[in-house]
Design a protein around this ligand. Sequence first.
Ligand code: PLP
Length: 216
Amino acid sequence: MSIKNNLLQIKSTLPEQVTLVAVSKTKPISDLMEAYEAGQRIFGENKIQEMSEKWEQMPKDIQWHMIGHVQTNKVKFMAQFVSLIHGVDSLKLLQEINKQALKHNRIIDCLLQMHIAEEETKFGLDEQELASLLSSNEFQEMKNIRIVGLMGMATFTDNKDQIKKEFSHLKSIFDQLTIHNSQFTILSMGMSGDYQLAIECGSTMVRIGSSIFGGR
Ligand SMILES: *Cc1c(COP(=O)(O)O)cnc(C)c1O
């Protein structure tokens, strides 16, 4: 199967309200262009340097999503062009994004990353941390960022019940927030191995790499 066929096949199975982020990390520009020519305009990368190089060389109507962990000192390299940052999990990082966005006179859309998996990882907020971030004065004062939703990754397992449980948990946190906040519209969950489950559980944005571009 070609990249184009993979892409069109996946797109044909996605419900209308679900946005596809084509995860192109480690792939050459020629692969991305194949997806672009098949109509894809949203690409996800997990390294800021690689994303910047691709942004420089590729058509300017592409929306670049940063899906990886972001180091504070690298925000400045993407502030000019990034369209959505998925992995925000601290006030400190948000403050830096806000500062760099201001320099470019932009408002940068962000998702807060929630820790929903059983696995130990450094990344992602728990519910307590989410609540205190959203209610902090520092957060209220930031004018150049906009939190538009949540992102999460399920445990890497074959156990579908567990994955479902984790995605459903994230969806319930999301639903709580949308009651008070109409800016919350994006729930980013689901990758090649689990995006169908994620959609069943209410995902509005899937991040798919290897099923489009092949293994890495
Ligand atoms: C790499 C990556 C993906 C895509 O993974 P695939 O299994 O190749 O679809 C999605 N989300 C994040 C955060 C990633 O780092």
